[in-house]
Design a protein around this ligand. Structure first.
Ligand SMILES: CC(=O)SCCNC(=O)CCNC(=O)[C@H](O)C(C)(C)COP(=O)(O)OP(=O)(O)OC[C@H]1O[C@@H](n2cnc3c(N)ncnc32)[C@H](O)[C@@H]1OP(=O)(O)O
Ligand SMILES: O=C(O)CCC(=O)C(=O)O
Length: 392
């Protein structure tokens, strides 16, 4: 449980949420499947196992180990992950095709998402009729359940599907043995309000006992808000990835959602926030991608202050930062640049154990700004030490 004294979001959120039921949900990690769909990502089996262990260590409840039909390497990785003794439940992924399901069964998996397109644009792209897709769903889901697989039916592009067809498909999937369903915003086009509406509709259709997953993408930057809306509307499982890695604008970002739930909504998620920055760093090394320094949760700038007016308040972290850096197990710091102020100079001297007289501070500040402008960047600690030697 988060130490609430280290959360500085103020009282407004609590006032606005007064009387609302605090709902929680589990996290279903799909870094290894939908995350790997990010352009250029290609994890080898050893890396997949490492990522699975890392994500397990973050505290997610379920891990989608992969889609066996993609390659023999994927099968090898899925087998290794399912035998690794993870705390999280290990899930497989399959299209609504009996041969795909057979590959999941062969690997000894016990849980599987079975997906099929349900929107007209998707069906048209595959040149498959509604009748044909329903037939494939019935065959694949019943084959899986007859073989002891716990199935979650996943309607690709749910948020653009005809509502009547959505209802019919999901009820059919449940009739032939699926135990859970996923509402899927494949292209990230649903507003949080629409997600809430659709989860509510699905809940009405499938009844209280069926866990509903929400799988969202971030094409409009709304994936976190939509995931929160889905939980509020009664979703039990939220799909996402580390850093939101995934197709196009990416998937919903599990650490980001967890941070918002824990810190803004006061909802316990079980996610170990103090591990997420290291997990992100490792995933970036493996998948070879960079992130904006201002990226929520993991950006390198989050607890680093350059602006002088802000540095002057550095001694009171809650005046300038929304929550304690220690919640993410990361240090705070001052950097020097064009925007530094006198407080920045004093703080940097303290940090580096340098002595500069009071009269030297304005001189040092002027030199720091000059150098930063020449460099069009930050002044390094080594450069600052030289300036202090010369002017301090
Ligand atoms: C399909 C998905 O969206 S899965 C998620 C995306 N992931 C990936 O694409 C992972 C990497 N992809 C791959 O390795 C390959 O593209 C594979 C294994 C997925 C597909 O291999 P392919 O041999 O190219 O399959 P292809 O796309 O031709 O589809 C084969 C059949 O499956 C059908 N199909 C495709 N998706 C689905 C589905 N979700 N449910 C039911 N049937 C489907 C197609 O209509 C086609 O049927 P047809 O033979 O009667 O025309
Ligand atoms: O079509 C795909 O990319 C696979 C399913 C999925 O992850 C999605 O619909 O978001």
């Amino acid at each position: 449980m988060i130490d609430r004294t280290k959360v500085w979001s103020g009282t407004l959120n609590d006032v606005a949420l007064e009387g609302r039921v605090k709902r929680s949900a589990g996290f279903y990690d799909t870094t290894l499947r939908d995350g790997e769909q990010a352009v250029g990502a290609a994890f080898d089996p050893e890396q997949k196992l490492e990522i699975a262990r890392m994500v397990d260590g973050l505290g997610v409840g379920r891990i989608e180990a992969g889609f066996p039909r993609v390659s023999d390497e994927d099968k090898e990785a899925i087998r290794a992950i399912s035998q690794a003794g993870l705390k999280a439940e290990v899930w497989g992924f399959s299209r609504a095709l009996v041969d795909d399901v057979a590959a999941v069964i062969e690997l000894g998996l016990k849980h599987c998402v079975i997906e099929a397109p349900i929107s007209d644009p998707k069906l048209a792209a595959l040149e498959v009729t509604r009748e044909k897709v329903l037939d494939r769903i019935k065959k694949a889901v019943s084959f899986a359940t007859e073989n002891g697989i716990n199935v979650c039916f996943f309607g690709v592009d749910s948020t653009r599907a005809d509502l009547g067809f959505f209802e019919h498909v999901y009820k059919t999937a449940l009739d032939v043995g699926a135990k859970e369903i996923a509402v899927v915003d494949t292209l990230g086009i649903a507003t949080p309000e629409a997600v809430s509406f659709l989860i509510g509709k699905a809940r009405g259709w499938v009844g209280a006992g069926v866990p509903i997953h929400y799988h969202g993408h971030n094409d409009f930057g709304l994936a976190t808000a939509s995931a929160v809306a889905a939980i509020d509307a009664g979703a039990s499982w939220i799909h996402g990835t580390v850093d939101g890695i995934g197709e196009r604008g990416g998937n919903a970002n599990i650490p980001e959602i967890a941070l918002a739930l824990e810190l803004l909504y006061g909802i316990d998620t079980g996610i170990k926030l103090d591990r997420v920055r290291k997990a992100s760093e490792r995933l970036r090394q493996i998948a070879r991608y960079g992130l904006e320094p201002w990226k929520p949760v993991v950006g390198e700038n989050l607890f680093v202050r350059e602006t002088g007016a802000v540095a002057a308040q550095f001694h009171l972290p809650h005046a300038i930062e929304p929550y304690a850096a220690s919640l993410l197990d990361t240090p705070r710091g001052i950097v020097l640049g064009k925007k530094s102020g006198a407080a920045s100079i004093t703080l940097k001297c303290e940090e580096l154990g340098l002595k500069a007289g009071d009269n030297a501070v304005p001189l040092l500040l002027a030199e720091v700004k000059k150098l930063a402008l020449q460099k069009r960047g930050l002044v390094t600690d080594a450069e600052f030490v030289e300036l202090v030697k010369r002017l301090g």
